[in-house]
Design a protein around this ligand. Structure first.
Ligand code: ADP
Ligand code: MG
Length: 419
C-alpha cells in the first residue's frame, strides 16, 4: 500500500492536507524532518502514515498522558496496534508491553521523555525494529518555548541507540529561536524543514477594550453557539466566572492546577463530551486538549505573552469551522502586565551590564588578546552558548537587540504589539 492508500484505508480521508504529503515523503526518504504546522494542522498523520507504510515500530515521544491516550485510542479505533507507557503502570505490565514491541505486532509505542531516562526502557528499545522516532510537541525541548520540559534534552540519546533511524520533530511553535533550538538539541541531521502558515483562516481574532467584561462575556456566550473556553489569570477567578455563567443559565465549570487529578480529568471529559458548555480555566487547561469543535476562546485577562495567546486562542476552531478568539482587555490590565514585567525582570541597563560581564568570559574562552576592544554579536553569543547558559543567570531570559528587549523572536517588551 502506498501512503495515500494507507490514509484512505485506515483514516478514511480522501486526500492529504497541505504539506502533509511532502513531510511524509521526506520521512519515507529516511530524512530527518522538522514539521511546523499550526494546531489542528494535522501533525499526527505526518508520522503515523509513514510509520504504517514502513516495517517496524514507531516510537513517539509525547509530553502528556492526555495526549498519548488520545492518540493511542484514536489509532486503536482504526485497528492500528498502538501502546503507551503511562505513569502508574506496574513493572510487569511494562515488561510485557515492551516485549510486545520487540516481538509482537505493535506499530506505535508512545512514551514520555522521562521514560527514556530509564536504562531498562532504553535497553529494550535497542532490541526493537524502530522505523521512525517522532518527537511530538517538540518545542518542549527549548527553554525559549512555551512549555519547557528538561527531560526532552535527553532525546538525542536515542540517536546512540538507533543511529540510522530518522527523526521527525513536530510542533505548532512559530518562533525561529525555538525552531533552531529544536534542531540543535535533537541533533537533527540536515533536516528538511516544513513550515505552514500560522494564519488561522477560520479564526476571527477580536480585541475589545472595555470596562464591563462580564456583560460582554455574557453576550458572547449567548450569541456564539457551541462549546467554549474562557481563560483567566488566577484560580479564584475561574470559580467566580463559572458561577456567574451558571447564574445566567449557562452550563459552565472551572479548572485549574489546584484541583485534584480525578476532578480535573472528570471536568475535562465533561467538557469534551459537551456536558459542560463553557470551561473557565487558568492556563493549566491547555496542552493535550484536543477538542475539535471549540467555537470560542475568550480571554478575560491578558495572557503573559503573544505566544501564550496564540496557543490558547488557537484551541478554537480546530475543525476548520468559523470560530472566535476574543480578548477582553482594558488599560489597567495593560498596566498591570507591564508592571509585572518591570518587577520581575531586570532593566535594560542591568541586562546590558550582565552581557558585558559575560562578554569578558567570552573573550577569555575564545582567546581574544588584551587590549583588543571587544564587542560581541549577541546572536552569535547565544548560538555558541546554545542559549542555555543565559537561562542559568538569575532571571535573565531576555535577548537584547536594537534597544528592544525580546522575549522570543517576535515578542518585544515593552512593545508596540502588546502595549
Ligand atoms: P495537530 O497535532 O497538528 O494539532 P492533529 O494531528 O491532531 O493536529 O489533527 C487535527 C485534526 O485534523 C484531526 O481530527 C485529524 O483527524 C484531522 N486531519 C488530519 N489530517 C487530515 C486529512 N488529510 N484529512 C482530513 N482530516 C485530517
Ligand atoms: Mg498534535
Amino acid at each position: 500500500m502506498n501512503e495515500l492508500e494507507i490514509l484512505k484505508q485506515y483514516w478514511g480521508f480522501s486526500s492529504f492536507r497541505p504539506l502533509q504529503d511532502e513531510i511524509i515523503a521526506a520521512v519515507m526518504n529516511g530524512e530527518d524532518t522538522l514539521a511546523l504546522l499550526p494546531t489542528g494542522g494535522g501533525k499526527s498523520l505526518c508520522f503515523q502514515v509513514p510509520a504504517m507504510a514502513k516495517e517496524g515500530i514507531c516510537i513517539v515521544v509525547s509530553p502528556l498522558i492526555a495526549l498519548m491516550k488520545d492518540q493511542v485510542e484514536n489509532l486503536k479505533a482504526r485497528g492500528i496496534n498502538a501502546v503507551a507507557i503511562y505513569a502508574g503502570m506496574g513493572k510487569r505490565e511494562i515488561d510485557i508491553l515492551l516485549d510486545n514491541c520487540i516481538y509482537g505486532p505493535v506499530k506505535f509505542l508512545y512514551l514520555s521523555p522521562e521514560r527514556l531516562l530509564s536504562d531498562l526502557v532504553r535497553t529494550r528499545i535497542s532490541y526493537m525494529n524502530v522505523n521512525l522516532i517522532a518527537v511530538d510537541e517538540a518545542h518542549c525541548i527549548s527553554q525559549w518555548g512555551y512549555d519547557f520540559r528538561p527531560p526532552y534534552l535527553q532525546l538525542s540519546s536515542l540517536r546512540e541507540i538507533h543511529p540510522n533511524v530518522p527523526f521527525i520533530a513536530l510542533t505548532a511553535t512559530a518562533t525561529a529561536f525555538v525552531r533552531t533550538d529544536i534542531q540543535e538539541k535533537l541533533e537533527l541531521k540536515e533536516p528538511k524543514v516544513f513550515v505552514q502558515s500560522f494564519a488561522r483562516k477560520n479564526l476571527s481574532y477580536v480585541v475589545i477594550d472595555l470596562e464591563d467584561k462580564y456583560k460582554k462575556l455574557t453576550a458572547i456566550v449567548t450569541n456564539v453557539k457551541g462549546s467554549g473556553l474562557v481563560y483567566v489569570r488566577n484560580r479564584r477567578e475561574t470559580a467566580e466566572v463559572a458561577l456567574f455563567l451558571n447564574r445566567n443559565g449557562i452550563a459552565a465549570d472551572f479548572y485549574h492546577a489546584g484541583l485534584d487529578k480525578d476532578e480535573r480529568s472528570r471536568k475535562q471529559s465533561d467538557w469534551k463530551q459537551n456536558k459542560i458548555r463553557v470551561m473557565v480555566a487558568t492556563n493549566a487547561f491547555g496542552m493535550g486538549i484536543d477538542k475539535p469543535d471549540v467555537r470560542f476562546v475568550v480571554h478575560l485577562d491578558l495572557p503573559e505573552s503573544l505566544e501564550a495567546y496564540y496557543q490558547e486562542a488557537g484551541r478554537a476552531g480546530r475543525d476548520g469551522r468559523r470560530s472566535f478568539a476574543v480578548l477582553l482587555a482594558n488599560r489597567s490590565d495593560q498596566q498591570s502586565l507591564k508592571a509585572k514585567y518591570t518587577d520581575s525582570f531586570p532593566s535594560v541597563e542591568e541586562i546590558r551590564k550582565t552581557y558585558h560581564h559575560l562578554g569578558s568570559y567570552f573573550q577569555l574562552a575564545y582567546g581574544a588578546g588584551a587590549g583588543v576592544s571587544f564587542s560581541f554579536d549577541l546572536a552569535d553569543f547565544c548560538k555558541r552558548f546554545k542559549l542555555g547558559v543565559i537561562k542559568t543567570i538569575g532571571a535573565l531570559k531576555f535577548l537584547e537587540h536594537d534597544g528592544y528587549i525580546t522575549l522570543s523572536e517576535n515578542i518585544f517588551l515593552p512593545s508596540r504589539i502588546l502595549f
